[in-house]
Write a protein that binds this ligand. Structure first.
Ligand code: ADP
Ligand code: MG
Length: 330
């Protein structure tokens, strides 16, 4: 990490987001512990990839950071401001600082709005009253995401665009207020192979140009080298390993991370597949999670009497490489 990125932008402490489950006739039936006690700092200009199997809580984490779900516990601070329970005015400020890129670009775009209207909306909401200023900012954003020619694309509706173009409109909208952070939740998983690579390269370029911090959520470890400095591996609502990309990919510590990396099917990200049945066994229920380490029922290196009873704290077996696993207790 360069010296430039040492300033903390976003700080997450002991964050938990649970969903209450209700059953017909039974009322409260428990909590789905989608995010459970996460802590990390994100530096200015830094990109972090959040990886893990489907259902491990990645989108819930993303949406909690975006202020779309209220956390049950813990704290999120952005530039030193507590945003965990931010309301109205503060929320509008925060939304202008944080851009959101969703998985499904078509679903993210109102079908009856033209590209022009879609890009104009956040500017209006944020009080940019001058039409000429809005027009300039729209064309700057179009150019930044390489949507051209603007005069042809601006009047179009989302269904008239390709998937890659739709995702560029979503990205243009996400950066139009010049945010400091982008949360990109599986931004390329619904695109075809060529649009996937182009979109990842575009995000990397925008990150450099605007010194953006990025939280890049993906189930696809093969793409993290594209623009992440660090990787967080999530399992059952927890971050079980945090490390710089090379450290994680070349020397993963956690048995779960090892299995994920061993299962990367092909070094070419264009051919990357999803990880089905990897590693062996099922991810645990988040409603009734296992005792101890949540990975212990699937773990090839289980220490009985310890891993099945006590959830491990975070150890730091090598510098700035953290792992929640009893194998690394000093
Ligand atoms: N709005 C919601 N209400 C209830 N349960 C939810 C909601 N969103 C997600 N979940 C549950 O939380 C868990 C984590 O989901 P999610 O964060 O979408 O995981 P991922 O993005 O890693 O696939 C899943 O068990 C999912 O069913
Ligand atoms: Mg998701």
């Amino acid at each position: 990490m360069s010296a430039m990125t040492k300033e903390v932008l976003l700080s997450v402490r002991e964050l938990s987001t649970w969903f209450e489950l209700r059953r017909w006739g039974f009322g409260h039936a428990g909590y789905v512990r989608a995010v459970n006690g996460l802590s990390f700092d994100l530096m200015r200009g830094e990109a972090v990839a959040v990886v893990g199997e489907s259902g491990c809580g990645k989108s819930t984490l993303a949406r909690t950071i975006l202020g779309l779900y209220p956390p049950n516990r813990g704290e999120i601070t952005f530039e030193g401001e507590d945003i965990s329970h931010i309301k109205t005015h503060g929320l509008r400020w925060y939304r202008s600082q944080v851009g959101y890129i969703q998985q499904d670009p078509y679903g993210a775009l109102a079908p009856f709005m033209s590209v022009y209207q879609i890009l104009q909306e956040p500017l209006i909401i944020n009080g940019i009253k001058s039409k000429s200023e809005r027009t300039i900012r729209i064309s700057v954003a179009m150019e930044a995401v390489k949507l051209s020619p603007p005069e042809v694309l601006l009047p179009k509706f989302p269904h008239m665009l390709s998937g890659g173009q739709q995702q560029r409109v979503v990205i243009a909208r996400a950066i139009i207020l010049r945010p400091k952070l982008i949360v990109a939740d599986e931004p390329v998983s619904m695109l075809d192979a060529s649009a996937r690579l182009e979109t990842l390269q575009l995000l990397e370029q925008l990150k450099q140009t605007y010194n953006l911090s990025v939280i890049y959520v993906t189930h696809d470890l093969a793409t993290v080298r594209y623009f992440s400095e660090r990787v967080f591996v999530m399992y059952a609502g927890e971050i079980i390993e945090k490390a710089e990309v090379d450290g994680l990919l070349n020397a993963p510590f956690h048995p779960y991370s090892r299995a994920l990396i061993a299962a990367i099917p092909d070094p070419d990200p264009l051919n990357a597949k999803t990880y089905r049945d990897v590693p062996g066994g099922e991810p645990p229920s988040l409603l009734n999670p296992p005792s101890g380490c949540k990975f212990h029922p699937r773990c090839p290196s289980i220490i009985r009497g310890l891993c099945d009873l006590k959830n491990p704290p975070e150890f730091e077996p090598s510098s700035a490489h953290f792992v929640k696993c009893w194998l690394f207790k000093k």
